[in-house]
Design a binder for this molecule. Structure first.
Ligand code: FES
Length: 133
C-alpha cells in the first residue's frame, strides 16, 4: 500500500487541510485539536469534493442550552461544498445523518512528518493516527 508523505505536522493547520493524490485517489488530511485525520475527497452523498469545503461548526439544540440553538463543534465540522452536508472531522460521521460517513485512511506521524497510507481498506477514525516517532 502506498505510504504518502503529506508534509510536516506544522504545515497542516486546523481549517487548512492538505490534499494529496495517488493515482486516481485524492485524500484530504486534516488537523483537528492536535489529531490528524485523512478522508477520501469524495462525499458519500453525490461524490462531491467534500475535503475542499470549509471547516466550521454547527448549530444544535441541547438540554444544556435549554433546547435553544447554540453554536457547537467549532472547527470540527467539514461542510461539503455541493449540498452542505456536515461531517464530524474527528469521526467522519455525518452530523444529523442516517449513518453516512467519510471514508478514512490511516495517518501516521513520524519524526514530525505526516504520512497517509492510501489504498488500505476503510479504518475507523479512532485508528487514524499512530505515533511512531
Ligand atoms: S455531494 Fe456532498 S452534500 Fe451532496
Amino acid at each position: 500500500m502506498p505510504r504518502i508523505r503529506v508534509g510536516t505536522e506544522d504545515s497542516i493547520q486546523p481549517g487548512a487541510p492538505a490534499l494529496v493524490r495517488h493515482g486516481g485517489v485524492e485524500v484530504g488530511v486534516f488537523q483537528v485539536d492536535g489529531e490528524f485525520r485523512a478522508y477520501l475527497n469524495r462525499c458519500p452523498h453525490q461524490q462531491g469534493p467534500v475535503c475542499t469545503g470549509p471547516t466550521t461548526g454547527t448549530l444544535a439544540a441541547a438540554r444544556a442550552t435549554g433546547w435553544k440553538l447554540a453554536w457547537v463543534l467549532d472547527g470540527r465540522v467539514l461542510l461539503c461544498p455541493w449540498h452542505t452536508m456536515e461531517f464530524d472531522l474527528l469521526t467522519g460521521q455525518r452530523i444529523r445523518g442516517r449513518g453516512e460517513r467519510l471514508r478514512a485512511y490511516p495517518v501516521e506521524v513520524s519524526g514530525g512528518e505526516v504520512f497517509v497510507t492510501i489504498g488500505r481498506p476503510q479504518v475507523e477514525p479512532s485508528q487514524g493516527r499512530q505515533c511512531v516517532g
